[in-house]
Design a protein around this ligand. Structure first.
Ligand SMILES: NC(=O)c1ccc[n+]([C@@H]2O[C@H](COP(=O)([O-])OP(=O)(O)OC[C@H]3O[C@@H](n4cnc5c(N)ncnc54)[C@H](OP(=O)(O)O)[C@@H]3O)[C@@H](O)[C@H]2O)c1
Length: 239
């Protein structure tokens, strides 16, 4: 247990699973009162119930009324982390417009609406952490929408950092991480993905949820860092 976030309230949108859950647990370990937000309120409550000073709130990032209601209910927040995504991985010839919009809603427009409704609640020392990803930097079909929406997140962090200053806004760009999200692929396919990722970066392994949670904790407390994207990817862009 640390105390870096003692007395702080940290909202983790996407905190009910995978990287967001790891960040919620790490922030709680650092002394924060963590609010776990997701569409599945039951799952969010289950995670929150395991955290000291944890609480949960139902929130759909694609619904502005939900975001406004959450801001009104919470009243104050010190830091916000947004991990949610809605990837649409398809070749350009098979793109589906509503799914394309959904990908940008989760990664770009939802976080913009969070900024709209929550920025007035954040103290000058507050911060927002967004999530991009290595796909932005390694064009590779059928990941065009994932790559472009992740890339947009990195510009979003810089633009919001300027508009919301002195509130800090940053992004984390993970490489391939064994966060739990890949379990749906099945054991063999997942193993192949992780081995491929290990071979395609400089450190020779896939990322862990702890790698990302540590970076998130650092960004929440790094008071002289704003408008940046931190690449936690084992050097994959350079491999
Ligand atoms: N894992 C990796 O290898 C990797 C690699 C590169 C980048 N990234 C990026 O890192 C971030 C985290 O990835 P992840 O794999 O941990 O999780 P994820 O599948 O992107 O996010 C899952 C979490 O987001 C919530 N969520 C999804 N849609 C939401 C919405 N519309 N409103 C509110 N909450 C929503 C989910 O809960 P509900 O379903 O209940 O809403 C769940 O808590 C993502 O942005 C991803 O693109 C991950």
């Amino acid at each position: 247990m640390g105390s870096e976030l003692s007395g702080k309230k940290v909202l983790v949108i996407g905190g009910s699973r995978y990287l967001g859950e790891a960040i919620a647990r790490r922030a709680a370990d650092a002394g924060a009162a963590v609010v776990v937000a997701a569409r599945d309120a039951e799952r969010a409550s289950a995670v929150a119930s395991e955290l000291p000073r944890g609480s949960a709130i139902r929130l759909d990032l694609t619904d502005e009324a939900d975001i406004a209601a959450a801001a009104a209910e919470l009243g104050t927040v010190d830091h916000i982390v947004i991990t949610a995504s809605a990837h649409h991985n398809a070749p350009v010839s098979e793109l589906d417009y509503p799914s394309m919009v959904g990908a940008f809603d989760a990664k770009v427009f939802g976080p913009l609406l969070v900024a709209k409704h929550f920025a007035p609640l954040l103290p000058p020392t507050g911060s927002i952490v967004l999530f991009s990803g290595i796909a932005a930097w390694k064009p590779s079909p059928p990941y065009t929408i994932m790559g472009v929406s992740n890339g947009a997140v990195e510009f979003l962090a810089a633009h919001l950092a300027v508009e919301l200053a002195p509130v800090r806004v940053n992004a984390i760009s993970p490489g391939i991480v064994d966060s739990g999200t890949w379990d749906a692929l099945g054991a063999d396919t997942k193993q192949g993905l992780l081995e491929g990722a290990a071979a395609a970066n400089l450190v020779g392994r896939a990322g862990t949820a702890d790698d990302i949670a540590e970076a998130a904790l650092w960004l929440l407390t790094a008071g002289f860092v704003s408008g940046e994207t931190i690449h936690v990817e084992g050097g994959a862009r350079h491999a």
